[in-house]
Ligand binder design. Structure first.
Ligand SMILES: CC(C)(COP(=O)(O)OP(=O)(O)OC[C@H]1O[C@@H](n2cnc3c(N)ncnc32)[C@H](O)[C@@H]1OP(=O)(O)O)[C@@H](O)C(=O)NCCC(=O)NCCS
Length: 184
């Protein structure tokens, strides 16, 4: 799979991405709200292996993790992807996630990549709903969801232990019919 947007390329993770991925996964600021940060290259290697193994599963594939790059200059920007968490012959649900290098924050890159991935998901899979969510304090992530057309479905109170307190979690959803009726 490869997607091209105005400024970005979204492509499958590859062996050669290990160093760049590790830089990202071991950055405490980037991984602050995420649970799968990697302190060692070994952890990153396992993470990358899983991503590459999934590519070979064909129609049984459940994890779709991609590299985001800047076009032309081919700079490594970050990661975006989704897990298919439920499916049958009439529909399915997937969970979207993203994290990118600090030097690219605030440039609209994640929104641009997520919009393109959402189009890909609804065009290529029998998926009726895309879900995503974040810690209530993660304003940048919530803003990306809103800009991509997601609708708030729930605000889970004191839902997850985070550093030193039970934190609230926001759950956002986008139904296929909402995507079909989106403003273009
Ligand atoms: C969340 C993240 C992926 C966003 O990436 P990005 O490319 O900077 O996102 P975009 O530029 O497309 O949009 C960010 C939006 O959040 C806004 N924003 C950023 N920080 C903010 C803050 N502290 N408060 C309010 N809004 C904020 C930006 O202004 C922008 O909105 P705008 O276009 O309306 O001005 C990036 O910050 C990141 O990698 N964070 C660490 C990993 C992470 O938290 N991932 C999500 C886990 S759920």
């Amino acid at each position: 799979m490869i997607l091209e947007t105005e400024r970005l390329i979204i492509r499958e993770n590859e062996e050669r991405d290990l160093d760049k991925l590790h830089e990202l996964l071991s950055d405490r600021e980037v991984m602050y709200y995420l649970e799968f940060g990697a302190s060692t290259r070994d952890d990153t290697r396992k993470n990358l292996n899983l991503s590459i193994e999934e590519q070979a599963r064909g129609k049984d594939r459940e994890k779709f993790y991609f590299t985001i790059e800047e076009r032309g200059v081919v700079n490594y920007v970050g990661q975006i992807g989704f897990d298919i968490i439920a499916r049958n012959e009439s529909g399915g649900i997937c969970d979207l996630g993203y994290f990118i290098h600090k030097r690219y924050w605030g440039m609209g890159y994640t929104t641009e990549a997520a919009r393109s991935l959402i189009d890909y998901i609804f065009s290529s899979f029998i998926i009726h709903k895309i879900e995503t969510g974040c810690n209530k304090d993660n304003k940048a992530s919530e803003r990306v969801m809103i800009k991509c057309g997601f609708r708030k479905e729930a605000e889970l109170q004191k839902h997850k232990w985070f550093i030193d307190k039970w934190s609230d979690r926001l759950v956002y959803g986008l139904l296929r019919e909402e995507w079909e009726n989106r403003e273009k």
